[in-house]
Structures are given as structure tokens and as C-alpha cells.
Design a protein around this ligand. Structure first.
Ligand code: AMP
Length: 175
């Protein structure tokens, strides 16, 4: 079975979660299958054109494969969290949601200037979160080499928001 089929078979659709009208793509069953997890990590790594200096993972599901990939590549892993969760000095960025705004943060010493990083999350929807994470990376003087997602919801057009940062956008499965 190819990796795309295996991921699609493992995913679970939850209608109306966390609010009415959202079809939530639940990735948790992927983690019941350790062979599939290894395949996913290897697939992300195989698609890199250049080895990044660090992986940046977006809270919280971006931590899962992001950390595994960083660890396998033997490079640092950096956490992007919602405002108020990181204990040390932070840099932050505010971004628009469908209704209102949100804020994400990174530790100010997490990235070195000039580093080339890959940003990880589980799913690309409108691209707002990943775009904000990319702006945070740039605020620390690092470069965005690309984006990795397990799932891309193509009909929401998130790629358009990210393309200015990097054309290197990987989604292992598309809907
Ligand atoms: P966005 O900023 O619109 O690209 O939203 C991406 C973030 O929201 C990711 O961190 C996803 O985990 C989460 N998300 C958005 N839509 C869904 C969905 N349909 N199923 C699961 N997670 C979603």
C-alpha cells in the first residue's frame, strides 16, 4: 500500500468538531501504527532538497512528526506555542482568525540568525497559522526553507498564503 492510501485509511473524519460545520481530520489513529509513523518520517525527509538547520513545530500536533523528523536528522527542534505557554523570554506575533485574532510565541534564543528551517504542522487549512509561524521565524532572522504538513485541505487555498515564504510546501495527502 502506498503511503497516501495508508494515511487516508488511518485518518478519521469527525463531523461538527470542535464546532458545527467543521469536518475535523483526526490524525490520532496514525499514532497507533508505528510502521506508518516511521514511513511518514522517512517520506518527509526524502522530500527535502537541502538539510534544514532546525525544525519548527506548531502547537500541538505539529510537535509530533516535527520532533521525530528533527531527531532523525540530528538537528534542533523548536516549539511554537500559543501565547503565555512558554516559560522563558519570547518573541510573539498576532494574526487574524476567522473571528478575532490569535497570538503565537517562540523562545527568543530558539533560532540563530541565518538558519534555514522547515515548519511543521499536522494540517494546512487557510494557512493563517503557518504564515504567522513563518513571520515569527523571520523575526528572529532565520529563513523559511519550506513547510511540511501531513494533510492539505486544498479547497481552502492555504498554499497561496505560504508561497511568498517558500514554494517548498509538502502535504502528504490532499483533500
Ligand atoms: P489554518 O491556520 O487555517 O491553516 O489552520 C491550521 C490549524 O488548525 C492546524 O494547526 C490544524 O491542526 C487546525 N485545523 C484546521 N482545520 C482543521 C480540520 N478540518 N481538521 C483538523 N485540524 C484542523
Amino acid at each position: 500500500m502506498n503511503i497516501e492510501t495508508a494515511i487516508k485509511q488511518a485518518l478519521r473524519d469527525i463531523p461538527d468538531f470542535p464546532k458545527p460545520g467543521i469536518l475535523f481530520k483526526d490524525i490520532t489513529p496514525i499514532f497507533y501504527d508505528q510502521k506508518l509513523c516511521t514511513q511518514i518520517v522517512d517520506e518527509f525527509i526524502a522530500r527535502f532538497e537541502t538539510k534544514p538547520d532546525a525544525i519548527v513545530g506548531i502547537e500541538s500536533r505539529g510537535f509530533l512528526f516535527g520532533f521525530l523528523v528533527a531527531n532523525k536528522l540530528d538537528i534542533p527542534f523548536v516549539l511554537v506555542r500559543k501565547a503565555g505557554k512558554l516559560p522563558y523570554k519570547t518573541v510573539s506575533i498576532e494574526y487574524d482568525l476567522e473571528y478575532g485574532t490569535s497570538k503565537i510565541e517562540m523562545h527568543e534564543d530558539a533560532l540563530q540568525k541565518g538558519w534555514n528551517v522547515i515548519i511543521h504542522d499536522d494540517l494546512l487549512a487557510t494557512g493563517g497559522t503557518a504564515d504567522a509561524a513563518a513571520n515569527l521565524v523571520k523575526k528572529l532572522g532565520a529563513n523559511v526553507l519550506g513547510f511540511n504538513f501531513v494533510i492539505g485541505l486544498d479547497f481552502l487555498g492555504g498554499e497561496k498564503k505560504l508561497i511568498n515564504h517558500s514554494k517548498n510546501i509538502t502535504c502528504l495527502v490532499h483533500f
